[in-house]
Design a protein around this ligand. Structure first.
Ligand code: NAI
Length: 330
């Protein structure tokens, strides 16, 4: 039986984790979940929202399913999410964005995979106050990281039957930094002649995405553009309650929804478990449990198609009722 680290998070994390674990169990797949608590609920006891044991557990098991964790504001703790990505070198942020049945959006043919570089760019956090009226932030782009993320995007395309990878930059203005990202992409593309390539500037991409998103397949972007564009794409398919995600490195992978800990609906049986469930579906594909992944995704789709959904999608189901319907449909 496969052991997987489960970080059940805080806020709505424990409720949606419970629902997802129950659904996976009902699918017939046996997983030995190694529960690791993290976030605000453990600070008092352990002095940190991300105890070492959590990192060690993921390093040992290589795979984790993670519910959201609150970043305490103004208490000096670094974001658990940023820390995890750094410590485990989870360099690729993957967000597949695909329409779901009965989730009404402006377009019904979106099927985009956003691949975001997760380790550098303006997120390197190198800032200084040059003088009282001037702040500087340094954008770091390296050939190694740019080639690594391009390879990841092409491999994803090949392994998932995708036809095109589109690189997104602003290389017309940032000729050196974004130019390096673009040139690294071009170099890597030579090794994947079977995949079509496209190059687009990020401003044009945003306009095209809100007018005709169906034209895009796999997008690969530096960190900052990737952060913004992946939220735009989540909006195209119905928003936070259904947006799945993963952070993937050479050794470990952490699967987590895009949304946060939603403290406003904590403990009220209102949270939509779909985003965490779909992140788990990605995880099952990653560990080659394709049949269980498809079975669970189909049960979710069937449940939505029957008109059942949580309040964020305009429905009347609570977390528990919605999960029970999915289990009925498995
Ligand atoms: P949020 O995503 O928690 O909530 C934004 C809005 O969406 C709220 O109205 C919330 O009720 C709703 N929402 C989110 N997920 C939902 C779900 N599954 N079902 C139904 N409604 C849902 O974003 P917010 O409020 O900015 O952040 C809250 C906390 O979460 C912060 O401490 C933030 O740092 C943390 N956070 C953690 C992330 C992670 O662990 N990966 C990611 C984003 C934020």
């Amino acid at each position: 039986m496969r052991t997987i680290t489960l970080i059940n998070g805080d806020g709505i994390g424990p409720e949606i984790s419970e629902a997802v674990v129950k659904i996976i169990k009902a699918s017939g797949l046996n997983i030995n979940w190694e529960l690791q608590t993290a976030g605000t609920d453990v600070i008092e006891k352990e002095g940190t929202p991300l105890p070492k044991r959590v990192i060690e557990s993921i390093k040992k098991n290589k795979i984790a399913l993670k519910a959201p964790v609150t970043t305490p504001i103004g208490k000096g703790f670094r974001s658990v999410n940023v820390q995890l990505r750094k410590e485990l070198d989870l360099y690729a942020n993957l967000r597949p964005c695909k329409n779901l049945p009965n989730v009404k959006t402006r377009f019904d043919n979106v099927n985009i995979v956003v691949v975001r570089e997760n380790t550098e760019d303006l997120y390197a956090g190198i800032e200084r106050q040059a003088d009282e009226n001037t702040a500087e932030s340094i954008k770091i782009i390296t050939r190694a990281a740019s080639e690594r993320i391009s390879k990841f995007a092409f491999n994803y395309a090949v392994n998932n039957n995708r036809k095109e990878v589109c690189v997104v930059t602003k290389a017309n203005i940032m000729k050196l930094s974004d130019g390096l990202f673009l040139n690294s992409f071009r170099a890597v593309a030579q090794d994947y002649p079977q995949v079509k390539t496209r190059e687009i500037l990020v401003d044009n991409l945003c306009m095209q995405l809100v007018q005709n998103p169906a034209q895009f397949d796999v997008l690969v972007l530096p960190n900052l553009y990737g952060d913004i564009v992946s939220d735009l794409c989540a909006g195209l398919i119905g928003g936070l309650g259904v947006a799945r995600g993963a952070n993937i490195g050479e050794d470990c992978a952490v699967f987590e929804p895009v949304h946060g800990s939603a403290p406003d609906i904590k403990g009220q049986n209102k949270a939509n478990p779909s985003a965490l469930l779909l992140s788990a579906v990605e995880m099952l594909h990653y560990i080659n449990e394709h049949s269980y992944a498809n079975k669970i995704e189909n049960a979710l789709y069937k449940t939505l198609a029957q008109g059942f959904c949580t309040a964020d999608l305009g429905g009347t189901c609570g977390t528990k009722e919605f999960s029970d319907k999915i289990i009925e449909n498995l």
